[in-house]
Design a protein around this ligand. Sequence first.
Ligand SMILES: [Zn+2]
Length: 418
Amino acid sequence: MTHARIDFQRLQQDIQDLSAIGRDADRGIHRMAFSEGDLAGRRWFKERILAADLDFHEDGAANLHGRLDWDGSRPSVMMGSHLDTVPGGGPLDGALGVLVGLEVLRTVKESGITLRHPLEVVNFTDEEGRFGGLFGSQAMAGQLSPAQVHNARDLDGISLTEAMAAWGLDANAALFARRSKESIHAYLEMHIEQGPVLDRGDISVGVVEAITGLFKWEVQLKGQTNHAGTTPMDMRNDTFQGLAEFAGEIDRILEEHGSPHSRATIGRVELRPGAANTVPGHTTFSLDVRDTDPDTLKGLSDAFRRTLSTMARRRGLMFEFEVLSELPPQRCDPGLVQLLSDKADALGFHHLRMPSGAAHDAQIMSCIARTGMVFVPSLEGRSHSPAEWTNWEDIERGANLMLQAVLSLAAQDTETLR
Ligand SMILES: [Zn+2]
């Protein structure tokens, strides 16, 4: 089986067929969770699973499973990602990982070989966040509470409960989608990088070592709104000047407290009252900070807080901040990182060990399973847009790497790995 190859033409056809589902005139793809497009994409995927003569199963979180089983008592080697998209998304984000998983199952089934462990492919529900994101994987990892399910709403105020009821589904059933650690031998996810590193380096495959964690704050600075002409410069409590000073400290903070993987972004700013002839007495801004190491992330959080407080004191401003979200970093399983690197070497693929700067279902799955991730290059780093693309040769390489890793994992004894 070491010479086994996926059926690349069939995978190409699947990618093309799926990309037509939910596609708008602007070529953007609209398959937001529980939308018309999502429903059509799911129907199509279910048909593909059944057409391949694989077992189909939908769990309480509406995750769709395809399964190839020889002996139901052993834990499965699972592959997964998501078929839902952001509004106006591209053809590969999420979809590629699901379709490659399906192709791996089909290839193994057709080869006639019997493996020790069952193989499973999963389409996770609402990864992209119409109702908050990573819903299906959180349900599988047992991280959802009844209150979270009840309170989940989209930007139009439609609740998850309503959206699922419209499909004849009970949102509370998501609480029963939990999988035990004993039921999963390993979890692998292939995904597009969504950044420029592999493309610029002309590297076919990335082996992810860690997935970045993040904290997101909304900060309010309160000073005094005054006339731009009559208020002397030394008598102002100008909140924009405060923000500008704080933003100017970002590079220093990352240098002193961060790592080469640290990122900090102020992506949204609102000045009030927002008039050219008025000193802004109120500024609201977002701060998004990421790193792959929990201690580094904590150090950055402390440093940003201290800097904010020092700046505010010096300028006579008040500040408040709200933590909008926090997600801890996760390391991929070192054994799986090594396995993927070895298999990439054996296949002769130029590869790079790297962090993932974006959140993925793999991050959640790593709480209940040994987890590995494969990246393929995103042309010019473009993603969440119709311009998102990966060269066919790189998709083929990534898919064959997944196949080889899965064959190796599914042939192993459970006992030797634990
Ligand atoms: Zn994705």
